[in-house]
Design a protein around this ligand. Structure first.
Ligand SMILES: *[C@@H]1O[C@H](CO)[C@@H](O)[C@H](O)[C@H]1NC(C)=O
Ligand SMILES: *[C@@H]1O[C@H](CO)[C@@H](O)[C@H](O)[C@H]1NC(C)=O
Length: 222
């Protein structure tokens, strides 16, 4: 009895240690911080209140939360900055591709990012798991390019987009977005941080009034 317990404990210790080794693998460090700055208002360190949101472009809750978030951030002008992070949930088949698409247009011209995101939100139901289930990936990528990306970037940028989407750098950037969210404990979307602190109610729809009552006192302290 005692001997087998000893063996089990030893086994547990070995498994535990190998898990630690996996946890401790270094996440690749990107050349710049992850995320896209909304509205051309990058935060000035120590000045603006920084709201960060982790969103999946194919997530219905993210789509629903977006108009209120925009309204709130617009309301505060330069006193509140919004950083938008892609967080492709693994159970949404096309969210990695959608997030990669955003990274790709960002490399062409950062002003394409939010119009494209809004296209993803508007038409995301066409790219849910069910309607895309029987389609080859190449067909879906092509549909996204023609229906959502092209109207934003225009024909003149199409070749650059296709090449960029196929470039390992856009793949890497999207992986880093995901890993970055994981490193900060993001487990669903939308997931919010204010000045780096996670917002516990992130999973329920946050009303305009919630944001105002949370941000007003912070902005007032500036
Ligand atoms: C990026 O796009 C905006 C809006 O379409 C345009 O005004 C700007 O000139 C573009 N910037 C570059 C570097 O092409
Ligand atoms: C994407 O890359 C692969 C291999 O690098 C290449 O064969 C293919 O033609 C490329 N596709 C596009 C659209 O650039």
């Amino acid at each position: 009895m005692e001997a087998s317990r000893g063996v089990s404990l030893l086994l547990l210790a070995i498994i535990g240690c190998s898990a630690c080794v996996v946890c401790r693998a270094q996440i690749p460090i990107p050349a710049t911080t992850d995320g896209f700055v909304y509205g051309g208002k990058p935060p000035t360190w120590g000045e603006a209140v920084v709201v960060e949101v982790f969103n999946d472009p194919i997530c219905g809750y993210c789509r629903d939360a977006w108009p209120v978030l925009k309204k709130v951030v617009d309301h505060y002008g330069s006193r509140v900055s919004l950083i938008w992070h892609p967080f492709p949930l693994p159970y949404h088949s096309y969210s990695f591709i959608a997030s990669r698409s955003l990274h790709t247009v960002n490399r062409i011209n950062s002003s394409f990012v939010f119009p494209l995101l809004e296209n993803f939100f508007k038409y995301q139901e066409d790219y849910y798991n069910q309607p895309t289930y029987k389609k080859p990936t190449a067909v879906v990528v092509d549909e996204i390019t023609k229906n959502l990306v092209l109207p934003i970037i225009g024909k003149s940028n199409l070749d650059a987009y296709r090449a960029g989407f196929n470039d390992s750098r856009s793949d890497q950037a999207t992986r880093i977005s995901f890993k970055y969210g994981c490193a900060r404990g993001v487990t669903w979307t939308p997931y919010f941080f204010i000045n780096g602190i996670p917002i516990k109610d992130s999973d329920s729809p946050l009303e305009y009034n919630y944001w105002i009552s949370t941000l007003d006192p912070l902005v007032a302290k500036k």
